[in-house]
Design a protein around this ligand. Structure first.
Ligand code: ATP
Length: 328
């Protein structure tokens, strides 16, 4: 174990996700366990540039494992994208004697960390924190499981009202570029159809499927739509389109929005975040850098940040097939 690292900074960056607090807690407690200092950096790179730091001991993270959001706040920093901004950040870290940092965030946050590491040879490790599950090198990101549970719970409620009125609901969920939330929550909530960015289902197939389900006597239908689905129509346009072509349907729309990011993290996300926090600190103390902690086959892994940033996650084809079969 390298003895060079005596103080580690930790921060959350980009969009928040449930479980970020559990990850912060884990990094802070692991530092305490390893008898090294830990400093919380507020508002991501923004706070790093402004020197918004706070020493954190094991007790400073009491009672946060169950809380959504992030106690360290998150932000997007334009200034960190400039060499001048990063120079200020470096000066502040040095002034505070911070030797390395753990960044909890998405691919943008990892890009910033990687560039910073290249410019200043500063040790950095990433923990994937995003509800979208769109990071290469890990089967799960912190927050994804909670977001799925939130979406499924809401769709269950929508189904109650949909079936009472024989309605069709289009439910829009997050996912501009990837359909992991839509596909998993759609299968979990028993959706009729799932529209995702990775597959072009085509409007004809959607109409056919909805007609079939009406004929087969289904009392209600739920169609889950990822924000970036490939039909070329948003949920409101889809509603109009279906009403025009199958007038028998009474169609409603529900856009779930930011509620998907909030809430108390699921047990899965808490455990995942706790494991990843330990691994991140251990990796830094072993002299490793510019890597992201991930989980694959239930084993913690380390993937170069460059790969995590550049790689693409693949949609689960088997789950698409399951969804097709279930909507029979
Ligand atoms: P999510 O997309 O899940 O919300 P993210 O980490 O991808 O999370 P971004 O807004 O893309 O969120 O990035 C967070 C911050 O990382 C940016 O505000 C910026 O400060 C920093 N960052 C992103 N890209 C770069 C870059 N190319 N160079 C330097 N810093 C960057």
């Amino acid at each position: 174990m390298s003895t060079e690292i005596k103080k580690i900074g930790v921060f959350t960056s980009g969009g928040d996700s449930p479980g970020m607090n559990a990850a912060i807690r884990s990094v802070v407690r692991t530092c305490a366990y390893m008898k090294i200092e830990c400093v919380g950096i507020y508002r991501g790179y923004e706070g790093m540039i402004e020197g918004d730091f706070k020493p954190m001991d094991a007790r400073s993270v009491n009672n946060i494992i169950n809380k959504g959001g992030t106690i360290l706040k998150s932000a997007r920093s334009l200034e960190f994208r400039t060499p001048e901004g990063r120079a200020k950040a470096y000066e502040n870290l040095k002034k505070e004697s911070i030797d390395a940092f753990v960044v909890i965030g998405g691919d943008g946050s990892f890009t910033g960390a990687m560039i910073f590491n290249q410019e200043y040879n500063f040790p950095v490790i990433g923990i994937p924190g995003t509800i979208d599950n769109d990071i290469y090198g890990t089967t799960y990101t912190v927050g994804f499981d909670t977001a799925l549970n939130t979406v499924v719970e809401v769709i269950d409620k929508i189904r109650d009202t949909a079936s009472s009125h024989n309605r069709l609901f289009f439910v829009e969920v997050m996912g501009r570029d990837v359909g992991h939330i839509a596909l998993n929550a759609g299968v979990g909530a028993g959706a009729e159809e799932i529209l995702i960015p990775e597959e072009n289902l085509g409007l004809d197939r959607l109409l056919e499927s909805l007609k079939r389900s009406k004929q087969s006597g289904k009392s209600s239908s739920i169609v889950v739509v990822a924000e970036g689905d490939k039909t070329g129509k948003n949920v409101f346009e889809l509603k109009e389109y279906v009403e025009e072509h199958i007038p028998i349907y009474d169609v409603r729309v529900s856009v779930l929005g930011h509620m998907q990011r909030g809430g108390s993290p699921s047990c899965f996300d808490r455990v995942l975040a706790s494991r990843m926090g330990v691994k991140a600190v251990e990796a830094l103390l072993e002299g490793k850098t510019s890597l992201m902690v991930g989980i694959q086959d239930n084993k913690l892994t380390l993937t170069p940040l460059i790969k995590a940033i550049k790689g693409h996650t693949k949609i689960d084809k088997e789950l698409i097939r399951v969804s097709d079969i279930m909507s029979t």
